[in-house]
Design a protein around this ligand. Structure first.
Ligand code: HEM
Length: 500
């Protein structure tokens, strides 16, 4: 009896204290997503655990406006001016508790919390990822032409026998083969388009990691540990072993070849090694190599999964829209005309291709978010009317921004025409809302690389072939609402037909 009374007394005091805290909180004027959010994070964490966070944000912002409170110290932001542009500036650090739960390892750019450490690393890496470098890179020319050739051989066979093809897996094979060559040199590129065993290993490991991520970012330690025992499989030790052995081998080989590499054949490893060594002259070769391994590991998985998802959904959407496919092919055939410009430069300037890619980036963003930031001590003002105190965790979601019906009427419709028909000002306004790669100080460094790879592989496919939905495929084609949003079915099946 005494225990019940004490328990009730504690509960009542907690409720009174929480109400008092909320009353004096700087966030009290912001619309609440749920009646409980001023007092507890449970509602937010349960959404994350059930993988409903980003989809819920789309509807919350439509109902409650651009700034919504989603926890006692958590705010969701869905406007660009006085919103995303403010919170993704260099003054706002990443939320350490979220990012460090998200990844097993730290020490690479995505996981760096403070902007000073990040700025130094970014300076070392940004040159080979700049648009001009990417468009003119001979290493990328050579890696992409090898992958395009392999892909062309595969498609010719699939079209000949009329088979149903899991394009999600094939896209991931393409992007893995490109990324491994780009990072570690042509000689170390994987060949998973021909032999998908290694892609299977990585996909197995990634699927376990994505479950663990959802558990970890929903609960704090130690609950996350126990929840992970219930909610997750252990990573396959054989796949883990093969993956680590491969990474060690290619890093060692890149390291061995580095002193004799010519500039035209330089891989990202070579660039990174030189700039890392220049910034840290006393560091041993082995130490430098292990720093690079952690960074490259992340670039590899971003390309393999992120770009694989985007490429396969672009093919899927095109398969649902034969008119758009015809317009794209007509445009791609102009590449046969003589020109003194390189293929990469010409592909970058094709409007239909660009509209197709941009519209898929909008409707099928592979990393929907959230990307939490911490408001600095000086506080900030959001949407021109909410004064948010320092220490608040603010975040945006690519899906919520991309499905806003104001910049994008009928937002659920995949309609590349919206980019081709609108006037210049409207297109500029729409572009402001595209957030597939984030924005501001921590925008994705792989943006230009991703664009070049996507466009070149799409050209390889749609110049000579058309794709169509496979009527026998009934899997769920919607995306998982998770940090890395793969198709729920785990595959996307299409058929190929050769055009004469
Ligand atoms: C379609 C594919 C991709 C998508 C959707 C994507 C998305 C993103 C997003 C949204 C961020 C910001 C994360 C944050 O604010 O916490 C980011 C950061 C980053 N991405 Fe990507 N990415 C993709 C491909 C790539 C590729 C191909 C690479 C490397 C080759 C890459 C490397 C990085 C790195 C290093 C960062 C951290 C940047 C920084 O902190 O300055 N990503 N990416």
């Amino acid at each position: 009896m005494l225990a019940v009374v004490v328990g009730l007394a504690l509960l009542v005091s907690w409720v009174i204290a929480s109400m008092h805290r909320n009353h004096s909180s700087g966030l009290k004027d912001i619309p609440n997503a749920h009646f409980s959010v001023p007092y507890s994070r449970l509602w937010l964490l349960s959404l994350r655990w059930r993988k409903m966070e980003n989809r819920s944000r789309i509807h919350l912002h439509r109902r409650l406006g651009p700034v919504v409170r989603i926890g006692p110290r958590d705010v969701s932001v869905n406007c660009i001016d006085n919103g995303v542009r403010t919170i993704y500036s260099s003054k706002f650090d990443k939320d350490a508790s979220f990012y460090h739960e998200l990844f097993d390892k730290t020490g690479f750019m995505v996981t760096m919390i403070g902007n000073d450490e990040h700025r130094k690393r970014k300076r070392m890496l940004s040159y080979p990822y700049s648009n001009s470098y990417i468009l003119n890179s001979q290493t990328l020319d050579s890696v992409l032409s090898r992958v395009s050739r392999r892909l062309g051989e595969g498609i010719a066979e699939w079209a000949r026998i009329g088979t149903s093809v899991d394009v999600y897996q094939q896209a991931k094979c393409c992007t893995l083969d490109v990324a491994s060559g780009w990072l570690f040199g042509r000689e170390n590129a994987t060949d998973t388009l021909r032999d998908p065993g290694f892609e299977n290993d990585l996909a197995t490991l990634a699927s376990v990691a994505s479950k663990i991520v959802s558990v970890r970012t929903s609960f704090g330690w130690p609950i996350s540990y126990f929840a992970s025992l219930i909610g997750n499989g252990e990573p396959d030790p054989d796949a883990t072993g093969r993956w680590q052995a491969w990474l060690t081998r290619v890093i060692t080989d890149s390291h061995r070849r580095h002193p004799t590499k010519s500039a035209s054949a330089a891989s990202l490893y070579d660039h990174f090694y030189d700039s890392f060594k220049a910034a840290n002259p006393d560091m041993s070769r082995n130490e430098v190599a292990s720093f690079i391994a952690v960074e490259c590991d992340d670039h590899l998985s971003a390309t393999h999964i992120g770009l694989g998802t985007l490429l396969s959904y672009t093919m899927y959407e095109l398969s649902r829209d034969p008119d758009c496919q015809r317009a794209l092919r007509k445009e791609l055939l102009t590449l046969a005309e003589p020109s003194d410009r390189s293929l990469a430069h010409r592909l970058a300037n094709l409007p239909v291709l660009d509209a197709v890619v941009t519209e898929t980036m909008r409707t099928r963003a592979p990393c929907p978010g959230p990307f939490p930031r911490v408001v600095p001590d000086s506080g900030c003002r959001l949407a021109g009317k909410f004064d948010v105190p320092g220490g608040t965790v603010v975040s945006s979601s690519a899906w919520a921004l991309h499905f806003n019906p104001v910049p994008f009427p009928a937002p659920e419709k995949w309609r590349p025409g919206r980019w081709l028909e609108a006037d210049e000002n409207t297109v500029a306004e729409m572009r402001k809302w595209i957030w597939t790669f984030g924005s501001g100080a921590r925008v994705c460094i792989g943006t230009h690389f991703s664009m070049r790879v996507m466009k070149e592989l799409l050209a390889t496919i749609y110049m000579d072939y058309e794709t169509a939905l496979d009527d026998g495929f009934t899997g769920n084609v919607e995306q998982e609402d998770a940090f890395s949003a793969a198709p729920l079915a785990g595959c996307l099946k299409l058929r190929f037909r050769r055009l004469t």
